[in-house]
Design a protein around this ligand. Structure first.
Ligand code: ADP
Ligand code: MG
Length: 367
C-alpha cells in the first residue's frame, strides 16, 4: 500500500454504529463473532456505538468532527444508512461530510447497500448471513473509496430528504411497510408479505411525471461542489410542489403516465434487498434512476405473481406487462389520500413525492 493510505487508515478510526433493532435483533452478537477478529488482523481500527433509538445515528453524525474519523460503518439494515446519509446532508458542511466513506455490515433484514457494493466488485454474494458479514468485514478492512449515486427527494410535508436506494409506492411499499411485523424472520419477511399482497392485490390511483434520462443532459459534477454550493444548485429540474409540471411535449422534457397502477418503483441501484434485482443494468453510480411500473388491469394477480417469483434475478423486467426506463427526475402524485410511501425502506408522509438523481455524490467503502 502507498504510505499515505497506511497512515490515514491507522491514524483515524472508523465510526461504527450497531443497530440492536435491525433484522432479527442479532447485530451486536454478529459483529462480535464475525467482524472483530477480521478487523484486528487487518489492523482496521474503529469505535463502536450501539444506537439507543431510531434517529440516534442521524443526530450523532450531525455533530461529529469530520477530521476525527476515517469513515462511517453501519452494522444494520439499510435504515441506518439512510439515517446517516440524511444526518450528513443536514450539516452546514455537508459538502465535506459527503466525502466520509460509508461501509455496511449486513445486519438488518434489508441489506441492499452492501449487496450493491459486492455486485459492483463482481464477487459472488455469500449465501449465508454469517459468510456475507465476513465478506463485508473484509471489504471494509481493505476498502477502496467508490462513488455512488443519491437522489434528492421532496416529500409532501415539506421535508427534503436524500435517498441512496429507492422510492417505493404501490405494492412494494405495502410489502416493505406491512412486513415490519415479521421482522424476526429476517429477509424472509418480504416474501411472506408479498404472497399475501399478490393474492389480494390493491390498485393505486394517480399519475407519474418523469424526465427520461439523456446522457447529454447537464447534471451536477461532484468536482464542482465547493463549501458554497447549495442543495438547490444540485438539482436542475425539480419545481416547487405548488407549481404544476408542464406536460406539453413540444416545450418540456417532462412526460406523464396516468394510473391506475399495480406496481410502481424508482430505484437508483440494482438490488433493493439481498435477494432481489430490481434493475439489472444499474451500477453504484450510473447517473440515472430507473422508473418501473405495472398497470392495474384484469391480469393483475397473474402479473404480480410472475413479478414476485422472478425478482431474485430481475427477469420480471423482460415481461411485456412491466414498463421500465432510465429517468432523471420524477414526481408521483397519488390521488388516494392514504397509503404507504417509502424512501430506502423507511416510511414517509403519504402524498406527492418528487426527486432527481445526484450522480456520484456519495462515497462508499467498496472493492
Ligand atoms: P432492517 O433492515 O431490519 O429494517 P434497519 O437498519 O433498516 O434494519 O433498521 C430498522 C429501523 O430501526 C430503522 O428505522 C432505524 O432508524 C431504527 N433504529 C435504529 N436504532 C434503533 C434502536 N436502538 N432501537 C429501535 N430502532 C432503531
Ligand atoms: Mg429497514
Amino acid at each position: 500500500l502507498p504510505l499515505d493510505i497506511v497512515t490515514t487508515k491507522r491514524d483515524k478510526r472508523a465510526l461504527v454504529f450497531v443497530n440492536p433493532a435491525g433484522g432479527a435483533g442479532k447485530a451486536y452478537r454478529l459483529v462480535m463473532e464475525y467482524v472483530i477478529g477480521v478487523w484486528s488482523e487487518a489492523e482496521f481500527t474503529y469505535h463502536i456505538i450501539i444506537t439507543e433509538r431510531a434517529g440516534h445515528a442521524r443526530d450523532y453524525v450531525q455533530s461529529i468532527q469530520l477530521a476525527d474519523w476515517s469513515g462511517i460503518v453501519l452494522a444494520s439494515g439499510d435504515g441506518l444508512i439512510y439515517e446517516v446519509i440524511n444526518g450528513l446532508m443536514n450539516r452546514d458542511d455537508w459538502q465535506e461530510a459527503l466525502k466520509l466513506p460509508i461501509g455496511h455490515l449486513p445486519c438488518g433484514s434489508g441489506n441492499a447497500f452492501i449487496t450493491n457494493i459486492v455486485r459492483y466488485s463482481q464477487q459472488p454474494i455469500m449465501k449465508t448471513m454469517e459468510k456475507f458479514i465476513v465478506q463485508a468485514a473484509v471489504i471494509i478492512a481493505t476498502y477502496n473509496v467508490l462513488p455512488f449515486d443519491m437522489a434528492v427527494v421532496d416529500i409532501c410535508d415539506g421535508q427534503r430528504l436524500f435517498s441512496f436506494l429507492c422510492i417505493e409506492w404501490a405494492i412494494v411499499a405495502d410489502v416493505d411497510c406491512d412486513s415490519e411485523q415479521y421482522r424476526f424472520l429476517g429477509e424472509a419477511r418480504f416474501t411472506v408479505e408479498a404472497i399475501k399482497r399478490v393474492i389480494q392485490p390493491r390498485t393505486y390511483n394517480g399519475y407519474i411525471d418523469y424526465i427520461p434520462y439523456d446522457a447529454a443532459d447537464d447534471t451536477v459534477n461532484t468536482n464542482q461542489i465547493t463549501p458554497n454550493t447549495t442543495i438547490a444548485q444540485l438539482h436542475r429540474h425539480l419545481l416547487p410542489f405548488n407549481e404544476s409540471i408542464p406536460t406539453d411535449s413540444t416545450v418540456t422534457k417532462w412526460r406523464r403516465i396516468n394510473g391506475p397502477f399495480a406496481h410502481v418503483l424508482i430505484t437508483s441501484k440494482a438490488s433493493i434487498s439481498k435477494d432481489t434485482i430490481a434493475s439489472t443494468k444499474s451500477t453504484l453510480s450510473d447517473g440515472y434512476l430507473t422508473l418501473q411500473y405495472i398497470r392495474a388491469d384484469s391480469s393483475i394477480r397473474m402479473n404480480l405473481a410472475k413479478t414476485f417469483t422472478t425478482m431474485s434475478d430481475g427477469k420480471y423486467l423482460d415481461y411485456d406487462f412491466v414498463e421500465w426506463m432510465p429517468i432523471r427526475a420524477f414526481r408521483i402524485v397519488p390521488s388516494d389520500t392514504s397509503g404507504n410511501m417509502m424512501i430506502d425502506g423507511e416510511k414517509v408522509s403519504y402524498g406527492p413525492i418528487q426527486g432527481e438523481i445526484l450522480p456520484s455524490i456519495g462515497r462508499c467503502m467498496g472493492k
